[in-house]
Write a protein that binds this ligand. Structure first.
Ligand code: CP
Ligand code: NVA
Length: 309
């Protein structure tokens, strides 16, 4: 375990450097191997994790809960609607109270600012389980999946097709930290924002190249990984009809996959809307690693918890 990560937050990969990110990746792979061999790794006996969810979740919620159990600790699912924050208690107060009971706080919410505030006031590690802006726990599992597939990642090309919001931004950070190329194809108005672009520039390593495009085919050309995410994220339910029009061409299907390398893999953070951003054929096809990626959330989260708590 990398002792330098103990006590740190995991709110944004923009706060990490290549060696700390690599140490989490190495630990995730080690913990996966141990779990497959049935070797326990109960390094967090007696530790507790408060898990605040203001949005729905299958993978993040269940894998963090299982991760705490595997590590010998306890995960506590807390629906934001049932907490006093749902009735307006300030996050600063919630932060200090939960930090006095628990050894770490995971939060999934809308506002990234709220998570930063939680991190400021809680003197235990705060983990970002997704905000409107970033999804850093997903990106660790994604890079782990790519590493298992390809080994060395430097110069590998990830093509992201679709809405460049939370998932894409954390992938930008992760690709920058690992020297990977990332080509993002999104409709105008849905490209990464200035903040994410500047963070990419600051984090980028030899091998990192960022290309922002509108045409999915250009991004997919020669790619090692085709990655997509839903057209309408949680909280954008009112925009679904409009987004169906705007993103119509941003579809990962067999034709697009043909443009990628023959060895290319397909990834999706899930939940997927088959027939929209990804075809049923591709998600079920031999190049899909979507369910390995989903499994890797568990191992990646164990690594984050074991290192930070
Ligand atoms: N990918 C992901 O975060 O899934 P959940 O929304 O189910 O947690
Ligand atoms: N962009 C999606 C990711 C879900 C894991 C959302 O925010 O809903």
């Amino acid at each position: 375990m990398n002792s330098t990560l103990k006590g740190r937050d995991y709110i944004s990969l923009a706060d990490y450097d290549p060696s700390s990110f690599q140490s989490l990746l190495d630990l995730a792979i080690e913990l996966k191997e141990k779990q497959k061999k049935g070797i326990p790794h109960a390094s967090l006996p007696g530790k507790t994790l408060a898990m605040i969810f203001q949005k729905s979740s299958t993978r993040t919620r269940v894998s963090f809960d299982a991760a705490m159990f595997h590590l010998g600790g306890l995960g506590m699912f807390l629906s934001a609607n049932d907490l006093q924050i749902g009735r307006g208690e300030p996050i600063q107060d919630t932060a200090r109270v939960l930090a006095s009971y628990c050894d770490g706080i995971l939060i999934r919410t809308f506002s990234h600012q709220e998570v930063l505030m939680l991190g400021k006031y809680a003197d235990v590690p705060v983990i970002n389980g997704l905000t409107d802006d970033e999804h850093p726990t997903q990106a660790l599992a994604d890079i782990m999946t790519a590493y298992e597939e390809f080994g060395a990642l430097k110069g590998k090309r990830l093509a992201f097709i679709g809405d460049a919001n939370n998932v894409a931004v954390s992938l930008m950070h992760a690709c920058a930290l690992t020297g990977m190329e990332i080509a993002i194809a999104s409709p105008a108005g849905h490209h990464p924002g200035d903040k994410a672009m500047a963070e990419y520039e600051r984090l980028k390593q030899p091998g990192s190249v960022l290309t922002i495009l509108e045409e999915p085919k250009e991004a997919a050309e020669g790619a090692d990984i085709l990655y997509t995410d839903v057209w309408a994220s949680m909280g954008q339910e009112q925009e679904v009809q409009k987004r169906m029009q705007v993103f119509r061409g941003y579809h990962v299907n067999a034709d697009l996959l043909k443009l990628a390398k023959p060895t290319a893999i397909v990834m999706h953070c899930l939940p997927a809307h088959r027939g929209e951003e990804i075809s049923d054929e591709v998600i079920e096809g031999s190049q899909s690693r979507v369910f390995v990626e989903a499994e890797n959330r568990l191992h990646a989260h164990k690594a984050i918890l074991a290192a930070l708590l």
